[in-house]
Design a protein around this ligand. Sequence first.
Ligand SMILES: Cc1cc2nc3c(=O)[nH]c(=O)nc-3n(C[C@H](O)[C@H](O)[C@H](O)COP(=O)(O)OP(=O)(O)OC[C@H]3O[C@@H](n4cnc5c(N)ncnc54)[C@H](O)[C@@H]3O)c2cc1C
Length: 341
Amino acid sequence: MQNNTYEVVVVGGGAAGLSAALVLGRSRRSVLVIDAGEPRNAPAGHMHGYPSRDGMAPAEFLATVREEVSAYGVQIISVRVTEAVADGQGELDLTLADGRQVHARRLVVATGLVDELPAIPGVAERWGKDVLHCPYCHGWEVRDQPIGVLYPKGGGVHQALLFRQLSQDVILFLDGVSEDAVPNVEWQLLQAAGIGVVSGSIETLEVTDDRLTGVRLTDQHVLSRTVLVIPPRMVPRDDLLSMLDAKKNDTPLGPFVETDATGMTSVPGVWAAGNNTGPAEQVVNAASAGYRAAVAINANLTFTDAERAAEQRRAGVFTAANEQAAARARAAQTAEERWSA
Ligand SMILES: Cc1cc2nc3c(=O)[nH]c(=O)nc-3n(C[C@H](O)[C@H](O)[C@H](O)COP(=O)(O)OP(=O)(O)OC[C@H]3O[C@@H](n4cnc5c(N)ncnc54)[C@H](O)[C@@H]3O)c2cc1C
């Protein structure tokens, strides 16, 4: 960080951010990745559903990608970005938690989301191990096991049905929701799928030898379960996007940043990718979103520079930098034409 100006700064070094950095590094852009080091799936021992990396430890996956991007000259630093200010023309100034300042010609915000867990004793400690949320991340691993699904605030029936695809022994915990509050159509679906329903409130989780063994209700009944599926409240880490006044859309899960298909936000020069754009982004989707954003940013910078160079040439200013930018633009344009041919 001797020179604190980069063509692209990527905030967030998870799958989305590193994937963007890989593409931009390979496009010979000067890229800085700034990462606070709290990827969402850190509590899980294994990552699933990423072709060719199925079952890899999340930390190993990220270490591998860090190595790959570093080989293209991308710099990675471990610190939090605390402030972002846009100049309205596409360029940005960032302040880091250690006081350093960085200038970015373009910004990728790939900061992920935070899972807010229900305040049931034991849930936070077992999160990512046998307290789970996602049938695609861990479903196969818990197939045929006795699975409990937490109902509150909706979504529970949906999850119970998806986990019923993986195990015949699924029960739904109402956890304080009255039976009358469950819509008739949901009762019908649960009955048809052979999913039992347990009324009452959960007191705590029972754990033996570092394994979930049961769910204790406040009436002291213990239901033997080795897996509990919960609905975390998924809150985007979008402080920087809020600071930049990026437009958001209301969704059933709360507001998420508005982007176009490439991840471009309403703020000039700012793209968003990965879980901060939506809760359904799995690792492979987050990586794909980072890739799309990177391609768009590379084209955006290329054409911005080419147009500036062309303008200066028209004005009779011939500089080495202009000539280089013009040559780069010609090459990019040829590539673009090849794509659209
Ligand atoms: C328990 C669990 C298990 C999962 N298992 C799977 C699985 O098996 N397969 C799968 O496909 N998906 C899985 N997921 C989902 C997966 O975690 C996400 O899809 C993925 O992490 C999204 O990547 P991302 O790059 O958007 O965000 P993240 O991976 O969360 O990375 C965001 C990064 O940005 C950093 N950051 C945030 N704010 C700042 C800031 N201001 N300054 C600097 N850095 C910042 C964070 O510290 C973090 O390192 C799982 C999720 C959970 C909770």
